[in-house]
Design a protein. Structure first.
Length: 492
């Protein structure tokens, strides 16, 4: 297949770079639609990221596996499309989500073939290419086409595979006829013939949820984690932490990894002893018409490291490697914020056009009111995105309700609960990248949002305190570099 922009992806990236909503340090394809990360993998000395991709437009449909690689999980190089739908083999209408494993020197993708909503077999493709450019579909495809009894026929997809002693294990996301969601366990000695072993774990997470998409199952410290995406309605990403006996999983802790509507379908891979690394699909918050005009849709979150806090809650942190993108730093210590007065930080620190691509770390103390940051703010204040702590409601808040004057955009307030002990001195760690916002409160709880300001100068940064005064212990701002070669960048 010839898809013009993959012949010169950097040229396409350069053409797209003047769009102020495009991130520069989050991964996205040169153009068109991307959703779930797939097949996160280390091979031939490089990290590989495959992703759900529609080469024909900025809308979901006729999904292929796009491909990029990196030597640090931060900077990426585009590669040709890896997997394409093909008639007669089991994936004629789409190569849906899956993963990659190393089968004794042969990279093997296990993925969902989409024929129609009630026919979504498990498929496989292999590559012995050190760069993973060339793929062969397995002649035994489809590997699993019969769904087990009790499973809803439209709710069976997204294989996640790992090696356990001398066997391969796999979980598949499912929805059951009894209303539960499930991670179905399979076992194989050769990655081709799979035996069903029953649900690894099943539960009705909430009444509104009838399937777990994209299950990930992996060890973390001395526990096991099952991470699932709540379907339908992109209801958020949920985790269970517990014990695993080789057949069944028994959780003792659970919760939302992120509850909002913009973070979905993560994939987790262990790359070295210490680190389980995760990417996830960040959804757009604008109309189809706006997406068609933009020519692109969907972003990956920054690579994140997973860990368990002292209560066995699953938490994430941006990978330390992201610090390599920090450029000019601005630093202010010990200052007060008077009630109701915005303190413009951008002007004082001379942050130029890079105000749309920042990392910000601020530590604040207050006893009442809302204290926080205004980002992506226009000179006249008509467009502003607020990231704050509400000390009265004990919440971290990401408020995009005034982010954009456009009526093609969905906006609103997302809140997360902060415990009493977190409120002593709150650290807000925010990443702003065009239209992408990822925020952590006290390095523990994260929120993701999208903001699409329309005014050219909407790059201002300020701090505010409403309903109570605040003391800022320290504020650090970094202008961030792009993850693409210099020639792709547009003038800030
Ligand atoms: N996306 C894929 C499916 C998966 C869903 C299709 C989750 O395999 O269940 O693009 O976003």
């Amino acid at each position: 297949m010839t898809v013009e922009f993959f012949e010169d992806p950097l040229k396409t990236r350069r053409e797209m770079a003047s769009d102020p909503h495009r991130p520069i340090y989050h991964f996205l394809p040169p153009r068109n639609w991307m959703n779930d990360p797939n097949g996160l993998f280390y091979w031939g000395g490089r990290y590989h990221l495959f992703y759900q991709f529609n080469p024909y437009g900025p809308r979901w449909g006729f999904i292929h596996w796009g491909h990029a690689s990196s030597n640090d999980l931060v900077h990426w190089e585009d590669h040709p499309i890896a997997l394409k739908p093909e008639k007669g083999v089991g994936d004629e209408n789409g190569c849906w989500s899956g993963c990659l494993v190393d089968d004794g020197g042969r990279a093997t993708a296990l993925y969902t073939g989409f024929i129609n909503p009630v026919n979504t077999p498990v498929m496989s493709a292999t590559s012995q290419d050190p760069k993973l450019i060339h793929w062969q579909k397995n002649p035994h495809n489809p590997l699993i086409s019969n769904i087990p009894e009790g499973v809803t026929e439209t709710h069976f997809r997204d294989p996640y595979v790992w090696r356990e002693e001398d066997r391969w294990k796999m979980v598949i996301g499912a929805g059951m006829q009894d209303g539960d969601s499930a991670a179905l366990l399979y076992e194989s000695s050769d990655l081709i013939k799979w035996d069903y072993r029953g649900p690894l774990f099943k539960e009705r997470t909430f009444d509104s949820v009838n399937m777990w998409e994209c299950p990930n199952f992996f060890p973390l410290g001395d526990q096991y984690v099952l991470l699932v995406s709540l379907y339908p309605d992109i209801n958020g990403v949920y985790y269970y932490v517990g014990a695993y006996d080789g057949m069944r999983f028994t959780p003792h802790q659970q919760g939302f990894l992120e509850e909002g509507p913009f973070f979905y379908a993560p994939q987790v891979r262990q790359f070295d002893e210490q680190r389980q690394v995760m990417f996830a699909w960040l959804l757009e918050a604008r109309s189809e018409k706006a997406l068609e005009a933009a020519g692109w849709a969907g972003v990956q979150c920054m690579p994140r490291k997973l860990s368990l806090d002292r209560h066995d809650h699953l938490v994430t942190q941006p990978l330390a490697e992201m610090k390599t993108l920090r450029m000019r730093t601005h630093h202010m210590d010990e200052f007060s914020l008077a009630i109701g007065k915005g303190l413009p930080i951008g002007e004082g620190l001379h942050i130029g056009g890079r105000g749309k691509h920042l990392e910000i770390e601020v530590e604040v103390e207050a006893v009442a009111g809302r204290v926080g940051l205004g980002v992506l703010t226009s000179g006249d204040g008509r467009e502003v995105t607020r990231i704050s702590v509400d000390f009265d409601a004990r919440e971290g808040v990401l408020d995009t309700s005034q982010s954009s004057l456009s009526n093609e955009v969905t906006s609103g307030e997302q809140c997360v609960h902060l415990s009493e002990e977190m409120l002593g001195c709150v650290k807000i760690h925010a990443f702003i990248d065009g239209s992408v916002i990822e925020v952590w409160f006290n390095d523990l709880i994260s929120l993701t949002g999208r903001a699409y300001p329309t005014l050219a100068n909407a790059a201002g940064l300020f701090m505010f305190a409403e309903g109570g005064e605040a003391r800022v212990r320290s504020l650090k701002v970094w202008e961030m570099a792009a993850i693409w070669p210099r020639e792709v960048e547009s003038e800030p």
